[in-house]
Design a protein around this ligand. Structure first.
Ligand code: FE2
Length: 327
């Protein structure tokens, strides 16, 4: 049965209307600014598209991530900015950390739930190739297929969500903030109406498209000298769990901080940084502070200087070994 295509000015109101008519949500995208939703029920299938919305209106096959758009490498800095939040899926607020998406291949979002409390989420999964969530401030209670009872993710914890793992956000503290990175940038959230969570079986070693679920606890950090002199890094277990598809490090200045200038470059596809705490000067002109983010394309030299002693960066690289080096 083909979807009945309907354009509407307000997607949330249209979803609520069709829910009252007995249709239920099957898929919605994109998560950071929903413009397309598929619903079904009572022998009908409807696809709602926000008027003036995107050219792409097909949520895609739940079992098959889309082909990745071509990489369009670019340099970007996004400042912590209180005006650039918008409401995304399940009432969460989103701030875009890679505005040009490097051609559509990568999305990084700073997500928050200012009031906290129960989250109006449902068991769902994403047709992605890579997705991770780092808890930056506050806490969030979540549950994942095969990973036991719901657990509370505290600030400093990180999860790798393998492709299509069923999960649900249950509750957040006031002031929850997380950083989420996903590939590709536009991907659908598919609702699973059948699966209940938690699942009875514990499957910590199960592979989803060759990736294992990871829950990283900051107490497990093992800092070692980074490839950039004057810094040390702890990898969060994501390089092994994704077989090198990606790596995620917490990077910090060693000792009293690195005041002098270091030039770096890499050969990877994406090297993304988010300032967790402290300050750093990029390219001699951009003084970066907490919740600022930047991407430097491959081959382009970039300079770090005046790193504060409390500097901590979240560094996400695809592939996992991007050939990052500092001299
Ligand atoms: Fe999700």
């Amino acid at each position: 049965m083909a979807d009945e295509l309907m354009y509407c000015p307000d997607l949330d109101r249209a979803i609520a209307l069709f829910a009252r008519l007995g249709l239920r949500l099957d898929a919605i995208f994109p998560a950071d600014d929903p413009t397309v939703a598929s619903l079904s029920g009572n022998g009908a299938r409807v696809r709602l598209v926000r008027a003036g919305g995107p050219a792409m209106i097909d949520p895609g096959d739940p079992g098959d991530p889309r082909e990745l758009p071509a990489l369009a490498p670019s340099f970007s800095i996004v400042r912590a900015d209180h005006s650039s939040w918008r409401t995304g899926r399940a009432g969460m607020q989103y701030r875009d950390l890679i505005p040009d998406r490097q051609g559509g291949r990568y999305i990084a979002s700073h997500i928050r739930i200012p009031d906290g409390g129960p989250v109006p989420d449902y068991v769902h999964f994403h047709a992605i190739q890579f997705q991770m969530i780092y808890c930056y401030r506050g806490w969030v209670r979540v549950v994942y297929e095969g990973q036991g009872e719901p657990f509370v993710m505290q600030a400093g914890e990180c999860v790798l969500q393998p492709p299509r793992i069923r999960h649900r956000v249950l509750e957040a503290s006031p002031g929850l903030e997380v950083v989420e990175i996903g590939v590709p940038a536009v991907h659908a959230t598919h609702v699973d109406h059948e699966r209940a969570l938690p699942t009875p079986a514990l499957e910590p070693d199960r592979e989803f498209d060759g990736q294992r679920f990871v829950r990283y606890l900051p107490a497990a950090a093992r800092f070692a000298p980074a490839s950039i002199a004057g810094f040390e890094a702890s990898e969060l277990g994501i390089a092994a769990a994704t077989r090198g598809l990606a790596s995620v490090h917490v990077l910090r200045a060693r000792g009293a901080g690195r005041r002098d200038r270091v030039t770096c470059r890499h050969d990877g596809e994406l090297v993304f940084h988010f300032v967790l705490r402290g300050e750093l000067t990029l390219d001699d002109e951009h003084r970066l502070g907490t919740a600022d983010a930047f991407v430097v394309p491959r081959g382009r030299p970039f300079a770090w200087s005046d790193a504060s002693s409390d500097l901590e960066l979240l560094q996400v690289a695809l592939p996992g070994e991007p050939g990052l080096r500092g001299e």
